[in-house]
Design a protein around this ligand. Structure first.
Ligand code: ZN
Length: 341
């Protein structure tokens, strides 16, 4: 049995005895910790901890953490970390005043990424994603969710998910996979969106289930993307294949995405830059976790999610990076920690 004792820890942070329930509202301001502490790890799991006057005998491996803090790694629940290339050329358009929607209408945005991704092999995507995973691991992330959604065709979406599965099985970080086939409507189906939705439900989902390619299902529920009704249908289909919903909602407009998330018992509703009073009310006392992505607001120049109001409404607030091809991770992390402080 391998054991590791970390001793003389200046402060052991986030010590919670009881609950696995999400920490809500004002309780989020409490950060239970132990000064001058030790923690014992056996076979990769926390076995015990306490203050130094109760320290156990040294096992084989010891780390002396004098003057240092020990705290949980960051769990990043919303990323688009597998992608072909960055889209910095779109910054020029943005500096000139074009909006996200105008850039998308001109062939940029998600659809541009899909075109670039289709040309890359699984090996190339794995290699670049591996570098990004190493980068975030060294910045303190211990678990990460990664979405598909830059494929937007049966082959390319499955390719992305197979890449994520490979990363999951080979990288030391804990990784969860989310199927986001409904990230945008592909250009060739603009006039026939039903056909693309059919492909998601009838062609992609059965293969994803059979090969165990995803844990979660996601939809971009937004004006000009997927309607609440379409979102609901796609989530229902995903649930039948054992995938849990977690969705993109209320980034630019409030069209009922929160309510679709609540009705489908989504694990989380993510973005929330635009929240009506009804949206906030409908989230109250639910087990759907509001997730905000402040780096997205920063990079797109759109409003920030009303995080303080959500906390004041006794909700459990989650913060994630939305790491994607527009925003380098180091910048996101710095921004998130700055924003939290
Ligand atoms: Zn996202």
């Amino acid at each position: 049995m391998s054991a590791l004792l970390i001793k003389n820890i200046k402060q052991l942070v986030q010590v919670r005895e009881e609950t696995n329930e999400p920490v809500r509202g004002t309780k989020m301001a409490e950060l239970p910790s132990i000064d001058n502490a030790w923690i014992l790890v056996k076979n990769g799991l926390i076995e015990d901890y306490g203050s130094m006057d109760t320290s156990p005998d040294d096992p084989n491996a010891v780390i002396d953490a004098t003057g240092k803090l020990v705290l949980p790694a960051w769990c990043d629940s919303h990323t688009h970390l597998v992608f072909a290339d960055t889209r910095e050329e779109e910054f020029v358009g943005r500096i000139k005043g074009l909006t996200y929607e105008q850039i998308a209408a001109a062939g940029g945005g998600i659809l541009n990424s899909a075109k670039k991704l289709a040309d890359k092999s699984e090996e190339e995507l794995i290699a670049s994603a591996n570098e990004r995973l190493n980068e975030i691991m060294h910045l303190g992330t211990g678990a990460v969710e990664i979405k598909s959604g830059y494929g937007l065709s049966v082959d390319a979406e499955l390719k992305m998910l197979r890449v994520i599965k490979h990363l999951k099985e080979n990288h030391p970080l804990t990784i969860k996979a989310t199927f986001l086939g409904a990230h945008a409507i592909p250009t060739e189906y603009k006039q026939n969106r039903e056909e693309y939705i059919r492909q998601i439900i009838e062609e992609m989902l059965p293969v994803i289930a059979k090969e165990g390619l995803a844990d979660y299902i996601d939809v971009f529920c937004e004006t000009n993307y997927y309607t609440p009704e379409e979102t609901s249908r796609i989530l229902e289909a995903g649930k039948k294949h054992g995938l849990k919903p977690k969705i993109h909602v209320n980034q630019f407009t409030s069209i009922g995405g929160i309510q679709v998330g609540v009705e489908n018992a989504a694990i989380s509703v993510d973005h929330l830059e635009v929240m009506t009073d009804k949206d906030k009310k409908d989230l109250a006392a639910r087990n759907v976790i509001p997730t905000v992505l402040p780096s997205c607001s920063f990079f797109l120049g759109i409003p920030y999610a009303p995080a303080r109001e959500l906390i004041a409404a006794d909700l459990p607030l989650c913060l994630a990076t939305d790491y994607n091809l527009e925003a380098p991770q180091a910048e996101i992390s710095r921004l998130c920690f700055h924003w939290l402080a």
